[in-house]
Design a protein. Structure first.
Length: 160
């Protein structure tokens, strides 16, 4: 039996919208766990996503009420796998290197900030950025991520 995880970042929503409800219904409602890699922007959105088991971190655009609830970074265990979660900061150039240095002994690093989806393995670690589900998209696309943990890790970026 595997673990199914839904991953969001950079939603930048001041509250729950019909768009977020649709994303939840279509892609997240059957997931075992939901991760959010920062810039949630609203405690109401955190509450909404917590309808499923939830882990999130705060981002640079999150207000105090979200920063008080969510840490800057965290490591969780999902089955035999360790996941580092962080938003990231600074320029998009070098972002992956900066988040890489934040963790050791993890199988996956989930991050956000750039609004650009990333899904690749570096030195045996999956680097996974789901892009932006509903915030400003430089590519014109909105996306989330799906992780399926079994004997291996399957990862997918899904346009929403």
């Amino acid at each position: 039996m595997g673990i199914k995880i839904g991953v969001l970042s950079d939603t930048h929503l001041s509250g729950v919208t019909p768009e977020l409800e649709n994303i939840f219904r279509r892609f997240l409602s059957d997931r075992d766990l939901i991760l959010h890699a920062g810039d949630v922007v609203s405690a109401e959105v955190v509450e909404f996503l917590s309808k499923r088991p939830f882990h999130g971190v705060c981002g640079n655009m999150d207000p105090l009420e979200v920063r008080e609830r969510l840490p800057r970074k965290k490591v969780i265990e999902a089955g035999p796998y360790r996941i580092g979660i962080i938003h990231g900061s600074g320029s998009g150039a070098g972002l992956e290197d900066r988040v890489w240095k934040e963790f050791s002994n993890v199988d996956v690093i989930v991050y956000g900030h750039s609004h650009e989806a990333t899904n690749h393995v570096r030195e045996g670690v999956l680097l996974f950025n789901p892009g932006t589900a509903s915030g400003l998209s430089f590519s014109g696309r909105h996306s989330i991520g799906l992780l399926d943990f079994g004997e291996t890790i399957d990862s997918e970026i899904v346009e929403v």
